[in-house]
Design a protein around this ligand. Sequence first.
Ligand SMILES: Cc1cc2nc3c(=O)[nH]c(=O)nc-3n(C[C@H](O)[C@H](O)[C@H](O)COP(=O)(O)OP(=O)(O)OC[C@H]3O[C@@H](n4cnc5c(N)ncnc54)[C@H](O)[C@@H]3O)c2cc1C
Length: 419
Amino acid sequence: MRTYDVTVIGGGPAGLAAALSAHGEGAKTLLVEREARLGGILKQCIHDGFGLVRFQEKLTGPEYAQRFILRFQQAGISCAVQTFVTRAERAGEGFDVTLVNRDGVGTIRTKTLVLATGCRERTAKQVSIHGTRPAGVFTAGTAQHFTNLLGQLPTKKCVILGSGDIGLIMARRLTLEGAQVLGVYEAKPTPSGLTRNIHQCLHDYGIPLYLSHTVTRVLGAGRLTAVEVAQVDGSMRPIPGTEEVVECDGLILSVGLIPENELAQSLGVELDPKTKGPVCDGQLMTSVDGVFSCGNALHVNDLVDYVSESGELAGRNAARYAAAPRRTVPIRPSPALLYAVPQRLDLDRDNSETALYFRSREVLDGCVLRVRADGREVFSKRYPFLRPPEIERLNVDFSRFGLHEGSEIELDIEVTEHG
Ligand SMILES: Cc1cc2nc3c(=O)[nH]c(=O)nc-3n(C[C@H](O)[C@H](O)[C@H](O)COP(=O)(O)OP(=O)(O)OC[C@H]3O[C@@H](n4cnc5c(N)ncnc54)[C@H](O)[C@@H]3O)c2cc1C
């Protein structure tokens, strides 16, 4: 049986960065990817806007991925593409990983695992739309795959449900390809995507955004012929009497992403109900010793730069991992925050430069983030505004706060009077 120090599952930007940093630490590393090519979701993201933080350049998704793929290939790191990880289980001091590919089913043994499996899209089933089951209902990622990789236009006249970034980007993309995008319908009173995408993908192309609206029904037998839309109340329930029928041949769903964590669950990794990703410490080790998580599998990221950063951190720490009992303290976000990552700190590791990511629950103007250790304020930062679609990132030196077993860290947001 082949053995490795670090096995990375997933060859997107998170997995590539993890494998590169584990290899850089001298670990015998394997990267496993189920698709034929490395790059993950970036392969189909041909718009620009990637790498602004890391490279101060506006790259397309494939260009950003290629920078890492070249380094990965030059480093000569072991790689198995078109190989699906179907199972991972504890074996001795490490893990046995079952791989399925053209050669059949095989097993490798690894001391540590880095889960970089990305996320998947919510489907029509998860947003309860009534009606028949005609062709023409696509998730935004599938529509993007058809348009950008297969060169096939999935619709000529469509409605987009959900104002997530992928939906906004597809509104522009389909318009550029000659399709008519009749509108983006969002059940919430505020958009879910980045402000820059609302401007660059909708306003610049005259595509209307209908807030507090949803699609209640799909119509059509073989192919979609129309959708029924309606206004919703504060609890997102359709308001009777506001229904309208919009004729179209395509419904594109951009209703959220869910971190892909089946393997994590099978290993007994604790998941955070808020992020739907693993509960991790500042080194991105999950609740299961020797299993690390990064990228969109950890939490859904808006910027690929943060995905790569988390991959590097997870890969480096997987390579340095030495089994030792852990003493952790929790990081607890107040209800004003949607979530915070990491969710705990390992007292025996270096916590002097912890990258802390968080999202606010609501749109807030003029506010202060306060970090308290055992009730004492140890850090604060003022923000002119916070928006749930935009992840905030901070570097915090937790080593200065006198943390000990039984300590608790709380994060809170206070809206200031004058902003
Ligand atoms: C449409 C869209 C537009 C975006 N626009 C921007 C933008 O403009 N700017 C920006 O900075 N960011 C953007 N992002 C965000 C960024 O691209 C993603 O956050 C990032 O690519 C996620 O990287 P990842 O490695 O975590 O996941 P992925 O890229 O999804 O990679 C995960 C990989 O794991 C593999 N895998 C999963 N399970 C298994 C298994 N069991 N066995 C083997 N392999 C497996 C998958 O095949 C996949 O290749 C966008 C994302 C999308 C979807």
